[in-house]
Design a protein around this ligand. Structure first.
Ligand SMILES: O=C(CO)[C@H](O)[C@H](O)COP(=O)(O)O
Ligand SMILES: [Fe+2]
Length: 246
């Protein structure tokens, strides 16, 4: 289990780099989190350091896939634990797993900062939110493209963030689904202070649409790690959120 105050301690250690700490018009954090799925996973510590310190990312997005909930297999708590030793970055963990309940304690012990679980993967979201919040991790909920946004309404006051998938979960490098923006707009109208994250196909072409719809937290894998100038991409994505997110 994460020790009390551990997240706050790490946040203090993390010195803001250029551009970090920016806010939207309504005072929400305007943040960009590179998805480490698109990094060279054999160089995870070095790539993470680069993303945070040179490219000025706000956090790291960590895709946990179990080969069951989604047709791909990535990493789990042991790798998160190793990464934790090399970075003070906020680790935003996206659990694409069946039975997310099973991984709460291990993810907390590994040093995850946010545990974002799929609504579709659990039969008892209420209990899971309570369990995650008890560990000291922040709790996020995420829906797949075919899941309507109103399923999340009963939980909004107890979670830190909603993640709207803008691709089918499972793989990086897919195309942004613009029709998911209605969900973002609905949520933003309902909850002006909610953190709304979008994930999948975010890049310099799709960012305006996502930010205007109300997303304030942007996950970007390929767009950052495969860019000629990743720092420019991170800063431009964040500037667009500041400029457009209501
Ligand atoms: O959750 C994910 C896939 O399931 C990834 O976070 C996402 O696909 C990021 O990659 P890209 O920006 O290349 O689309
Ligand atoms: Fe993700």
């Amino acid at each position: 289990m994460a020790e009390d105050g551990e997240v706050a301690k790490r946040a203090k250690l993390l010195k803001p780099a250029e551009g970090q700490g920016m806010k939207t018009a309504s005072g929400l954090p305007a943040q960009v989190g590179p998805s480490i799925l698109a990094s060279d996973l054999s160089m995870l510590a070095a790539d993470s350091k680069k993303a945070m310190e040179q490219w000025t990312a706000d956090y790291l997005h960590v895709d946990i896939m179990d080969g069951h909930f989604v047709p791909n297999l990535t990493i789990g708590p042991p790798v998160v634990k190793c990464l934790r030793k090399h970075t003070t970055a906020f680790l935003d963990c996206h659990l694409m797993v069946s039975n997310p309940e099973h991984w709460v304690k291990d993810m907390a012990a590994a040093g995850a900062d946010r545990f974002t679980f799929h609504f579709e993967a659990t039969n008892d979201a209420d209990a899971l939110i309570e369990e995650v919040n008890k560990t000291g991790m922040k709790c996020g909920m995420v829906i797949k493209p075919k899941t309507p946004v109103d399923v999340l309404f009963p939980y909004l006051d107890r979670i830190d963030l909603v993640l709207i998938m803008t691709v089918e979960p499972g793989f990086g490098g897919q195309s942004f689904m613009v029709d998911m923006m209605d969900k973002v707009k609905t949520l933003r109208a309902k909850s002006p202070k909610l953190n709304i994250e979008v994930d999948g196909g975010l890049n310099l072409k799709t960012i305006d649409t996502a930010a205007k719809a109300g997303a304030n937290m942007i996950v970007a894998g390929s767009a950052v790690f495969k860019a000629e100038d990743p720092k420019l991409v991170v800063q431009t994505l964040r500037d667009k959120v500041v400029q457009h997110c209501p």
